[in-house]
Design a protein around this ligand. Sequence first.
Ligand SMILES: [Zn+2]
Length: 419
Amino acid sequence: PILYCEADTTLIDVAGTEVLVSVYSPNKLVTAKEIAASIKEVLMAQRDYLGGSLPVDKYAFLFYFTDEPVTSYGALEHSYSSFYYMPEMPISEMGQQLRDFAAHEFFHIVTPLNIHSEEIGHFDFNNPKMSRHLWLYEGMTEYFAGNAQVKGGLISTQEYLGMLQEKLQISSQFLDTVAFTDISLGALEQYEDQYYNVYQKGALIGMCLDITLRELSDGSYGVQNMMADLSKMYGMDKSFKDEELFDVITELTYPEVGDFLNTYVGGNTPLPYADYFIKVGVQYALMDSVMDFSLGLSQQSIGVNFEEGTIFVQNEETLNLFGKALELKNGDIIKKINGKDFPKLGPELGTFIEAILSEMKVGEPYSVVVKRTSEEEESREVELTAEIFKVKRAVPFNLTLMEQPNEEQLRLRKAWLGQ
Ligand SMILES: [Zn+2]
């Protein structure tokens, strides 16, 4: 790819690898220098994760930020570069997502670049043939992106569990009774609508495989080592035969790993996540609840006016107790919270809500200004207030650290997360 724009570039040196960051930000909200500083930390963690050096001499990150409203955005990897299309915002608001994207795309230098089957090595763009190993190309890459950040100390164990929890939640909305290899083979046709799950279940497969390997090797060998060995065995120019990879990995590691791959990746048995989490002293609850701060709105009580970009109350009977205490009513359009203007629908909304929630304290005053229209009069702004209290919130697939893990669990957790 070529990014053609008014130049804003930065070159950084990451352990001898020359990394170029080029940015197009139409309103100059974010600069190449800021992006480079954020990415550099991630690249350092990735270098350590890959055993001390990066496998390329040169790499380019190309960023195209847009100030148009977007409903979807993302990134694409190319052999020595990756391209990013994202909503324009200051670096402080981009935060973790930028790092997660960059870490994922950069890790593609391991796979598929250095580990791929013939279908990928000689990709037929006119008549594409899929490989059955998207769990490896995308899943393992996504797993690496998160695991390298926790191992490198860039995110906490708690934050990492949050990432995994989100993957479990999203993954639960996809098919779990078809072999992942079949979904991969059919990703362009029959299973096109399952594709997004390669970043969710694919990464979770990587995690379970990592824990399996660490357990069998008493902590000394994980997917990091397995991927390094496969890179040495194949590399840039040598493809593996798609149907032989499981046997190759089994040969390289343990017979139990062959069973794992044939049962949970090549077979249609869902992964028993709880069994893997317990090995590393993590409690996995299918449905849990926590007491937490809230804006008073539940999923069902939020209405969205896409034309105006506003959020209003609907189904007021489904408001949580805090929303009821505020006496929110159907049709109320949220205008201000605690005196601050409520942003229009867009990327800054999430950051705004997060900031409000993080500032809430039990017993302190809370106010929300709504635009209310009643039948007999014109619409007017009304300020609703309540003393802050926590409400019960359902948490599906909740992951928490066990209170009293045994030595073995702690040892395995350390091998898995480095902390
Ligand atoms: Zn990818």
